[in-house]
Design a protein around this ligand. Structure first.
Ligand code: SF4
Ligand code: SF4
Length: 427
């Protein structure tokens, strides 16, 4: 290590630290500037994406003590929760674990990602309890009445995730597409924020370790360790944060053709402690590998880089309602995985705050009401080059950029303190 995190913390304390976003650094590199360890002290990084490996741990009172002994099933807005592991029901308390991939039995399009966002919005949640004696009762709760509510990651912030194509000759329902995946490699989807992703900026985990302070959905939390299936080539993290402090705009549910999934956002500061850290930070999208996988067989068939997805493309979608040609059925409304488009009184309405900038509406609307350049993936497979248009992004780089800027401001105004790790992580 060429300088310590403690040295950098002292510079932040004396208002002399240079704190930049990873996007700012990459833009300077693209202009040909040479960035050295002397130019920057901390780089903020972020990602926002569909992340299946998510669960919430909740504990809250639902009844007077000794009203019932054990709960056998609990549903929150119809989303099933796992009861336990602590049997606290005789105290009138429910201890629950809710998987981010759980789906409501009342509404097939509603999942735990939607539930977590509504909790953060402080909306009223319907609680349905079936006791071991097969009695049932209902109650309601808001996040303010849930003293313990923490969101955990089992595998988040992949340094480089993947692009997907369907090599089979039939459409496939999958979590990697919001509608059925077109056959014969006619379309591609991808996930990953490329050059601004936290682990791309510290792939050797020199500064990110057990106990590193982070923002998860805007709330301050901590890294726990490596995630499931983490490897040196494709590291990912586990972590947690308190749901009471989360920003609903950074989380939510995302509908796929295999059911709803969970959106999570992370931001991590990278103290620039060594040459190897600056080497990683100055790599741009064209240096970040993006494996290309066949969604049918789940095997890697080729590879490209994140430049295909994020260079010379639009990170947000433009909305021009006057171009609407009034279709019999609004294809854009039907395909939107965020329920951000509504077609009413012969005109489309778009909820920009709800929009994930996935881009799918730009490929389904025949009237060009929605427009964005999404790019294509180019890769070699089976001895020939392929170019497949991207139709859907499962990462929202626009909000991730806003988040890394927010973290930069929090470091500068002292509301976010950079922490020392308590142990290193082995991937
Ligand atoms: S798909 Fe596009 S053009 Fe057709 S009704 Fe919807 S917004 Fe209008
Ligand atoms: S880009 Fe279009 S389809 Fe995607 S979330 Fe936004 S409005 Fe919906």
């Amino acid at each position: 290590m060429e300088r310590s995190i403690e040295d950098i913390r002292k510079k932040i304390g004396s208002n002399s630290a240079v704190v930049m976003t990873s996007q700012e650094i990459c833009e300077l590199v693209e202009k040909g500037e040479n960035i050295s360890i002397r130019d920057v002290d901390v780089v903020t990084t972020a990602t926002r994406a569909v992340m299946s490996g998510t669960y919430a741990v909740l504990s809250f009172p639902v009844e007077a003590p000794f009203h019932f002994k054990r709960a056998s099933q609990v549903f929150l807005n119809g989303v099933p929760a796992h009861v336990g592991p602590c049997p606290n029901e005789s105290l009138g308390m429910l201890d629950l674990i809710v998987f981010g991939t759980a789906h409501s039995h009342l509404s097939p399009g509603y999942g735990a990602g939607h539930l977590f966002r509504e909790m953060a919005e402080k909306k009223t949640i319907d609680v349905s309890v079936i006791t071991e004696g097969n009695n049932a009762f209902q109650t309601q709760v808001t996040l303010d009445a849930i003293p313990h509510a923490k969101l955990f990651a089992t595998r988040h912030t992949f340094k480089n995730y993947a692009a997907f194509v369907n090599c089979s000759d039939r459409p496939i329902g999958t979590i990697f597409h919001a509608t059925e995946f077109e056959p014969d490699m006619r379309a591609a989807t991808f996930s990953g924020c490329g050059q601004i992703n936290p682990l791309k900026n510290d792939p050797m985990l020199e500064t990110i370790g057990v106990g590193t302070r982070i923002l998860m959905n805007g709330a301050q939390g901590f890294v726990i360790g490596e995630g499931t299936r983490s490897s040196p080539a494709r590291p990912n993290l586990t972590g947690f944060a308190d749901m009471h402090d989360m920003d609903p705009a950074l989380m939510g549910g995302f509908s796929t053709s295999a059911g709803p999934e969970c959106i999570v956002s992370w931001a991590i500061p990278i103290p620039v402690v060594s040459q190897s850290v600056i080497d990683a930070i100055t790599m741009t999208d064209k240096d970040v590998p993006m494996p290309v996988m066949d969604v049918d067989r789940r095997v890697t068939i080729g590879g490209t880089t994140y430049a295909d997805g994020w260079r010379n493309t639009d990170i947000s979608v433009e909305f021009s309602p006057s171009l609407c040609i009034r279709c019999d059925e609004c294809a854009a409304e039907k395909c939107c995985p965020m329920d951000a488009i509504h077609y009413k009184d012969n005109r489309p309405v778009m909820n920009m705050r709800q929009c994930f900038n996935c881009g799918l509406c730009t490929t389904t609307c025949p009237g060009s009401v929605f427009s964005a350049e999404l790019g294509s993936i180019r890769f070699e497979a089976g001895g020939k080059m392929h170019e497949v248009p991207i139709v859907l992004r499962q990462s929202d780089r626009k909000r991730a950029l806003e988040l890394e800027e927010k973290l930069r401001q929090m470091i500068l105004d002292g509301s976010f303190r950079i922490s020392q790790m308590v142990d290193t992580i082995r991937t």
